[in-house]
Design a protein around this ligand. Structure first.
Ligand code: UDP
Length: 320
């Protein structure tokens, strides 16, 4: 049994990972300040003897008595409305200071550490699909910069700790992911569209809806994260992790409306600035090195996610 620390463990991806690791028989220490994470995401494992929750902000150094074998560094506000709003400065601090604190912890414990980087480091990509060697096209002073540049700086820190401090690092770049434990109020496109359709509200497309994204179901993502963490030493990545099937946002809206039914109509709103026009991962490296590719199609994943939100939507009425 390994002792595994997950920062951002009560968030959407972090909680799915914690649940999977507990199922796999590991010991999990979940760390979160719950700014955007939610305890209800881990309620199914909260009393498990192998699960510990520590309320902690990784911008502060972390000490643990137990010896840690692996660290998944996932803490960061990740939805555009969250990191563009009151959490923007906190987002950069979490990416940068948080990464330093977790790298120092990894160094002290001789633990392997995996950084969850992001497709956002490619910015508005001029290369399509995006390969890991593409260096990106990021606006350093735009409203997404706190996240994009924060995550870029974190990658740089990881590679410097690898080169100069001998820390055993892994880096993945996560593309759009969806599924159970998404926060209905966090403003991301899949959760917005499903919740709008379920409650009979208008479906809000930003811009013309011609921009594209490639959506990965969370179970596929959890699988590749664990594969990457346990890949041979010296294989650092970065590795793109996502589903290479690309859809326009309009196509996504139409799929959700067709699945949920009801009387929602599609309305068009202003496109936020620096919103990437297209995004699709080239996952050749993940296929070759990790033997991984997503197996859940968007249609099937949407059905599961709609079923999840049906159970949740009542809970959130009136919140936030
Ligand atoms: N989007 C939209 N309507 C919404 C929420 C988002 O049309 O209610 C668009 C958004 O402008 C972007 C895409 O959907 O082009 C994906 O947005 P999301 O916030 O989920 O993730 P991003 O890929 O931008 O980080």
């Amino acid at each position: 049994m390994k002792t595994i620390l997950v920062t951002g463990g009560t968030g959407f991806l972090g909680s799915n990972l914690c649940i999977r690791l507990i199922k796999n028989g590991e010991k999990v220490i979940c760390v979160d300040n719950n700014y955007t994470g939610r305890m209800r995401n881990v309620e199914s494992i909260i009393n498990h003897p192998n699960f510990t929750f520590i309320e902690h902000d990784i911008c502060e150094p972390l000490e643990t008595e137990e010896e840690i074998n692996q660290i998944y560094n996932m803490a960061c506000p990740a939805s555009p409305p969250a990191y563009q709003g009151s959490y923007s400065i906190k987002t950069t601090k979490t990416c940068v200071i948080g990464a330093i604190n977790m790298l120092e912890l990894a160094k002290k414990h001789k633990a392997r550490i995996l950084q969850t980087s992001t497709s956002e480091i490619y910015g508005e990509p001029l290369v399509h699909p995006q390969v890991e060697s593409y260096r990106g096209n990021v606006n350093p002073i735009g409203i997404r910069a706190c996240y994009d540049e924060g995550k870029r700086c974190a990658e740089s820190l990881f590679f410097d700790y690898y080169r100069h401090e001998g820390v055993d690092i892994k880096v993945i770049r996560i593309f759009n992911t969806y599924g159970p434990n998404m926060d209905p109020n966090d403003g991301r496109v899949v959760s917005n569209f499903i919740c709008q359709a379920l409650s009979g509200q208008d479906i809000t497309i930003y811009g013309q809806g011609n921009q594209t994204r490639s959506f990965c179901y969370v179970d596929d993502l959890t699988e590749v994260m664990i594969r990457m963490m346990n890949s041979p030493a010296g294989f650092t990545g970065p590795v793109n992790t996502g589903n290479p099937e690309e859809f326009t946002i309009k196509e996504l809206a139409e799929m959700v409306v067709a699945k949920v039914g009801g009387k929602s109509k599609i309305v068009y709103k202003d496109l936020p600035s620096d919103d990437p026009t297209q995004r699709r991962p080239d996952i050749t490296l993940a296929k070759n090195k990790l033997g991984w590719e997503p197996c859940i199609k968007l249609s099937e994943g949407l059905d599961k996610t709609i079923a999840y939100f049906k159970t949740q939507i009542e809970l959130y009425k009136g919140e936030k």
